[in-house]
Design a protein around this ligand. Structure first.
Ligand code: PAF
Length: 303
């Protein structure tokens, strides 16, 4: 099957129905476009694990709490389509905002608790927008498997919780963060960094790595680790820490003492660009897998 680009919900349903009838396993990679090697990794895994890879490209207005940020978000559909073709995707779903939200929305998916902390505290409504659009994409595509990057660890936790709570029949697959050689996590937002900012940005990864080593070496007081890490980042010219927390990886709630696997998660501003990153950490005796914990399998085994 060669790549098709579909812009309507009805078109998606008509294209996917016969494939589903033939028993094809459908994989969804939800994106906001400006595709890079991090998305590529999601697509490669989807390619290996499913029969039909659907990539959605939709800059979702309801997850931006800042309209300027929404307006500035890179939109590169022709390039994204070529990228999907090169990676062997079958379908690109690229609706516009009027197709996804023909009327102002009045129904939303709200994932309480896990959505409210970290990014949720600083971007009110963000995870409600994410959960709602991902639920809509799940209804439109009805994928067997859906692929999300572990860089957005809180987003992944929110989606896993939504799928569990609402019995959505999809297996959510978390995919490890892809990094530049100097450690910077790949993100569509990296394009906005000036050359000077780009050279400073890997400080976030280095600081998270230092936290990881300290915890592996037995440091157990998150307040002390946090304080040192924030001070380290704020010494970087132009960098402002929005949050840096050591949390439990499922609930995203700050821990009082480090006794098992924890997630060190940070959001920083470098000039006008917001960067997020995280590292799973654990004391040496807790043998971390280095990966975020999956929710229990919710669906029949797929190929
Ligand atoms: O991670 C993203 O790119 C977006 O939040 C997502 C999951 C595609 C929803 O708009």
């Amino acid at each position: 099957m060669s790549l098709s680009v579909v812009a309507t919900i009805d078109g998606m349903r008509r294209t996917l129905a016969p494939l589903r009838r033939e028993g094809k396993v459908i994989g969804l990679v939800p994106t906001m476009g400006a595709l890079h090697a991090g998305h590529g990794r999601l697509m490669e895994l989807a390619r290996r694990e499913t029969d039909c890879v659907v990539v959605s490209v939709f800059v979702n207005p309801t997850q931006f709490n800042d309209q300027q940020d929404y307006a500035k978000y890179p939109r590169t559909l022709p390039r994204d389509v070529e990228f999907c073709q090169a990676l062997g995707a079958e379908l690109v779903f690229a609706p516009d905002a009027a197709e996804m939200y023909p009327q102002p929305a009045t129904s939303f998916v709200e994932v309480a608790g896990v959505s409210e902390r970290l990014c949720g505290e600083f971007r009110p409504g963000h995870f409600r927008g994410v959960a709602t659009v991902v639920a809509k994409l799940f209804h439109i595509v009805q994928p067997d498997r859906a692929y999300f990057g572990e860089k957005d660890a809180q987003q992944l936790a929110v989606i896993r919780r939504m799928v569990r709570d609402l019995d959505i029949p999809v297996t959510v697959v978390g995919v490890p963060t892809v990094r530049e050689p100097d450690g910077l996590a790949l993100s569509s937002r990296n394009q906005r960094l000036s050359p000077e900012e780009r050279s400073l940005a890997p400080a976030v990864y280095r600081t998270l790595q230092r936290i990881r080593s300290r915890i592996a070496d037995g440091a157990g007081d998150p307040r002390e680790i946090r304080q040192d890490a924030v001070a380290e980042l704020e010494r970087v010219p132009g960098m402002r820490v929005e949050y840096l927390e050591i949390v439990d990886p499922e609930e995203m709630r700050p821990v009082g003492r480090i006794e098992g696997p924890v997630l060190a998660a940070a959001a920083v501003w470098l000039g006008s660009t917001r960067l997020i990153d995280n590292q799973l950490c654990a004391p040496a005796n807790a043998s971390p897998s280095g990966r975020l914990p999956p929710e229990k399998a919710l669906r029949r085994p797929t190929k």
